[in-house]
Write a protein that binds this ligand. Structure first.
Ligand SMILES: CC(C)(COP(=O)(O)OP(=O)(O)OC[C@H]1O[C@@H](n2cnc3c(N)ncnc32)[C@H](O)[C@@H]1OP(=O)(O)O)[C@@H](O)C(=O)NCCC(=O)NCCS
Length: 204
């Protein structure tokens, strides 16, 4: 049985907490921007009301659908919600797939890398996942770097998997995973690391 409620975690740069309806305005800033959405699979939001509806229908229904609450990133010191780093799919009871998007004004500051690595620890040692999967469009270099830096192991490539309207062609997708008994877990995502490092950042 997975633990689907997530702890709020604070780092030097940001707070990771479950998303809420009040985040709609901040979400619209990136979800309404075509450049920000180039490699994601949902259509551009037309107004803050569509962001609110997406939070209500897509994110806040997660626990009812057997998926962990969705983490969003709240940047300090502005305390603005700048994106989501979350488990969007659960398969076979204990396999979770991660996705992410961050407001383009905050790209390349290491934010998603740090958030993904925290989420991996939380998924293994708080939620109870045994395997974590992730995929990216082969042309999305930044996402590939995030995945590589987190220590995911590449398992294959789906060739010309999806037609990308923005790119005007079909793209390859690379697939990766980390299993609970992989060496990388012992090295970087151990239970001890979770207890001694991540848990100390949990806000009451
Ligand atoms: C992909 C994305 C999530 C990365 O978030 P981020 O917070 O900027 O990521 P980080 O800063 O942690 O790491 C990005 C890395 O990619 C590198 N990078 C980014 N764009 C790059 C490019 N075009 N070429 C080479 N490297 C690139 C950065 O230099 C950095 O690597 P480094 O730490 O070795 O310097 C963000 O760009 C985003 O939200 N994009 C739009 C949505 C999206 O593509 N989601 C993923 C779908 S799979």
């Amino acid at each position: 049985m997975l633990n689907l409620r997530l702890p709020t975690i604070e780092t030097d740069q940001f707070i990771l907490r479950p998303i809420q309806v009040e985040d709609a305005k901040d979400m619209f800033e990136y979800a309404g921007d075509a450049e920000n959405l180039q490699f994601v699979w949902f259509p551009r939001h037309s107004d803050p009301e569509s962001s609110k509806k997406s939070i209500e229908d897509f994110f806040l229904t997660r626990v009812d659908r057997g998926i962990p609450e969705a983490y969003c990133v709240v940047i300090k010191p502005e305390m603005k919600m700048i994106g989501t780093v979350d488990v969007h799919t659960v398969r076979f009871g204990d396999v979770g797939e991660i996705g992410y998007i961050i407001n383009k004004r905050y790209w390349n500051r290491g934010i998603v890398s740090e958030a993904v690595q925290i989420l991996i620890s939380v998924m293994f040692h708080h939620c109870g996942f045994s395997r974590i999967e992730i995929q990216h469009n082969a042309e999305n270099i930044g996402s590939g770097r995030v995945i590589e830096k987190a220590g995911f192991i590449k398992e294959g490539t789906y060739r010309k998997r999806k037609y990308e309207p923005e790119l005007g062609h079909r793209s390859d997708y690379h697939f990766y995973a980390i299993n609970l008994d992989d060496k990388i877990v012992e090295e970087r995502y151990s239970k001890e690391h979770y207890e001694n490092t991540i848990r100390t950042k949990i806000r009451p």
